[in-house]
Design a protein around this ligand. Structure first.
Ligand code: CTP
Length: 412
């Protein structure tokens, strides 16, 4: 218990955080936020817009962070160039607090006319914004639209509170309290470590079953869901073995080891080789159910032999095979892509394949399934098959986070 608490308290220790500050009255609270982050052990680089420095002084920020404040592209008297690209690579997180309506709009549209927005555009780490503005501005359709765009781009919005505003009016638009912003970062980094030391095996994409050297049986899977799961698991500290069918995607996170395969047979072989090391296996691939019994050595000619019919053989079920040979303590998750009676079919698959959890997507839901950037899922577990957890339509990256949250809860 003590250890767990200690771990939670130290989750920000050593983390590199870019603190973006924009020109709103709430900028004075950023000083306290900076203080809290430094006290939690984080290394903080303040990046302020020129108008932020109308509200607070660079001396305060640099004294607390022990770093020169970055605000301009160049230091006027020395000509020294400040590299937003380097900051983008240095940071473990960027938090912009306060984020004014103007900065949110610039971020949403890529208007990179100051150091803060260029840093945002170069940022490889997760970005958090804590909006602060008058409540009419907050309620305006433009602000809502910009926030929706930013959420879609993967930015986390730390919601503003309701209360007294600088204008004297009262309503929604007060920046979240510094303690709440720190808590949001702690939650993020806490989740980051949740799969540390674990190995996650993931299958993704379609399989191609060759008919002859130029033709195959396949399906429309693009691998987006499996790759999103791989990125999310790696971001949470896991070593990921991604067994991927032919897709146009490339893994980004350095902890993802990709094994590229073509057919179901090759996918099974790669999974067999790596299954023993896996703590968790997620079967997200859309495996072709059948393969030609024989592959023609030469291209089948229309005029000669023809391909009026192809003799097919059933492919091995990769998830069922790996689940059947598992050792105790391994957690196995499958997907069920259904067009009708989704839950009943998924429950049947969960049992038939011997899995611990099944993620259901129904092609009946708009925005779910192959090729889309979004998905809409339900989760059913073997422990409580009558409980169905249903989630809303989300970006596949957010869906991946929901799936890994559910796995982590069940697995521990
Ligand atoms: N799966 C697998 N190997 C196969 C077929 C499916 O590992 N040969 C896995 C998928 O990766 C997914 C789950 O099994 O996690 C369910 O896939 P799905 O295509 O929905 O089910 P099938 O078993 O193929 O059943 P059906 O096509 O009849 O719906």
């Amino acid at each position: 218990m003590d250890n767990a608490n200690q771990k939670k308290e130290n989750v920000l220790a050593g983390k590199h955080i870019v603190l973006g500050i924009t020109g709103g009255i709430a900028a004075y609270k950023s000083v306290y936020l900076l203080r809290l982050l430094v006290r939690a052990g984080a290394e903080v680089q303040p990046v302020a817009t020129p108008s932020a420095l109308e509200f607070i002084t660079p001396v305060t920020l640099s004294a607390l962070s022990r770093k020169p404040v970055v605000s301009e592209f160049f230091t006027a008297n020395t000509g020294e160039w400040h590299s937003h690209v380097q900051l983008g690579m240095w940071a473990d997180a960027m938090v912009i607090a306060p984020a004014t309506a103007c900065t949110l709009a610039k971020m949403a549209t890529g208007v990179a006319d100051n150091m803060l927005v260029t840093t945002y555009l170069s940022m490889r780490a997760p970005v958090f914004v804590a909006p602060a503005m008058d409540f009419d501005m907050m309620a305006h359709a433009t602000t809502a639209r910009n926030l929706a765009t930013l959420r879609g781009d993967g930015v986390t919005v730390i919601e503003p509170a309701s209360g007294e505003l600088a204008s004297g009016l009262s309503g929604r638009g007060r920046m979240a309290e510094p303690e709440d912003i720190v808590a949001a970062l702690e939650r993020h980094f806490g989740a980051c470590d949740s799969l540390a030391g674990k190995t996650v095996l993931i299958t993704a994409g379609p399989t191609y079953e060759r008919i002859d050297p130029v033709r195959f049986i396949g399906n429309f899977s693009t691998g987006k869901m499996g790759y999103a799961l791989a990125e999310e698991a790696a971001a949470r500290g896991a070593r990921v073995v991604l067994v991927s069918g032919p897709v146009a995607l490339t893994p980004v996170h350095p902890s993802i080891e990709r094994i590229s395969v073509e057919s179901a047979g090759q996918m099974l072989e790669a999974c067999r080789k790596n299954a023993a090391e896996a703590d968790i296996a997620i079967f997200a691939a859309a495996v072709a159910d059948y393969a030609p019994a024989h592959m023609a050595e030469h291209k089948i000619k229309r005029e000669h032999a023809g391909i009026d019919s192809i003799e097919l053989v059933k492919n091995p079920d990769i998830s069922a095979t790996i689940a059947a040979g598992r050792r105790p303590g391994q957690y196995m998750v499958g997907f069920a892509l259904e067009t009708d009676s989704a839950e009943a079919n998924a429950r049947e698959k969960l049992t038939r394949k011997g899995l611990d959890m099944i993620v259901v997507n129904s092609l009946a839901d708009k925005g779910a399934g192959f090729g889309t950037d979004t998905n809409k899922i339900s989760i059913i577990t073997a422990g409580k098959p009558s409980d169905v957890r249903t989630f809303g339509l989300k970006e596949k990256s957010a869906v991946a986070a929901d799936i890994l949250d559910a796995i982590t809860t069940e697995y521990q």
